[in-house]
Each structure stands twice: as C-alpha cells, then as structure tokens.
Design a protein. Structure first.
Length: 174
C-alpha cells in the first residue's frame, strides 16, 4: 500500500511540476517567478526562465502550452554565465557588453545571449543550442519587442559561476 501511495504522489508531483512551468511572455499572477521571457523571431516558440530559490528553470515551447523542454539549472552544476566587454571606439567611451547564461544537460548547451549596446545600436538577444560544446544545432535571434528581462542585471546573475568550457558557441562582436 505504501508503494502505491508513493507512486501516486510521484505522479502527482510530476504533473504539478510540468503544469507550473509553461512558456509565457509576460509576468503575471500565475507566473510571478518569471525572470526572463522572449519569443523567437519569426516563430511562435517562447523561452521563459523562472527563478526558484537558488535555481533557474529554463522552459521552451508554445506560449501557455505544455513545455517542449524544461531544464532545472543549478549553479556550479549545469548553470553558468559568461560575459565580455568590447570597446566600440579608440576612446573606450562607447562599449558593447555581452552577457551569456548557459544551461547544460548531458552534452547539450542551451545559451541565451544578451548584447547590451548602450544606445550605440539596438540591444539584441539570441538563443543558441550546441552539442558537444562545438556543433551549433540552433541559433536564432529573439524578438526584442517581446523580451522581458529581469535576469541579466541582477545580483543573482552576477553571482553565477563562469563557464570554463569550450567557447565555440559564443558569438561575439570582437
């Protein structure tokens, strides 16, 4: 009887977990832990990132539908960052800041890039999926008009560990 109850509780928790995390573009009462969301340009697919305590949850799929991909990111395990600053002129008074957040699962890396151009040109975001840290499987720009970003300029992001892996999938402007 205990095994049946435990099995039932596992099924129930999995169902609740998968229902809780759906791709959404905007923050509202039902998804108050949303820290990042954007729609892929020329697509109906959405990326959402939720913050749960010290974890980030990456969710991908159609908005409001069951997620096609959910990754729970834990710092120092499968959640990392990288950043780069590039001067755009000789005086270093115009610069470009590149921020990258990575979710790693087995031999796949899911990378969201934020290029802060400080008004020199339009900011941009991309989603890149790489296999074995080198083979890029997916690389799409995110629709800037749909971006909700409460992630890249936070203390949580600043405290994430740096990625020490291969950087073949980092697309930089330098």
């Amino acid at each position: 009887m205990k095994k049946i109850i435990i099995f039932f509780l596992m099924i129930l928790s999995i169902t609740i977990f998968s229902e809780e995390y759906k791709p959404y573009l905007k923050k509202n009462i039902t998804n108050k832990n949303l820290v990042f969301s954007a729609q892929i340009k020329d697509s109906k697919k959405v990326i959402s990132i939720y913050k749960e305590n010290k974890k980030l949850v990456y969710v991908y799929g159609l908005e409001g539908e069951k997620a096609e991909k959910i990754i729970v990111g834990n710092a120092n395990k499968n959640l990392f960052k990288n950043e780069n600053e590039i001067p755009l002129n000789e005086n270093n008074n115009n610069k470009l800041t590149e921020n990258f957040i990575l979710f790693k699962v087995k031999n796949y890396t899911y990378l969201i890039s934020f290029y802060n151009n400080y008004g020199v040109k339009e900011n941009s975001y991309t989603l890149t999926v790489a296999k074995n840290d080198e083979e890029i499987l997916f690389d799409k720009e995110l629709d800037i008009s749909t971006v909700y970003n409460n992630l890249f300029n936070t203390d949580f992001f600043k405290k994430l560990p740096y990625d020490n892996g291969v950087v073949a999938y980092y697309i930089t402007y330098d």
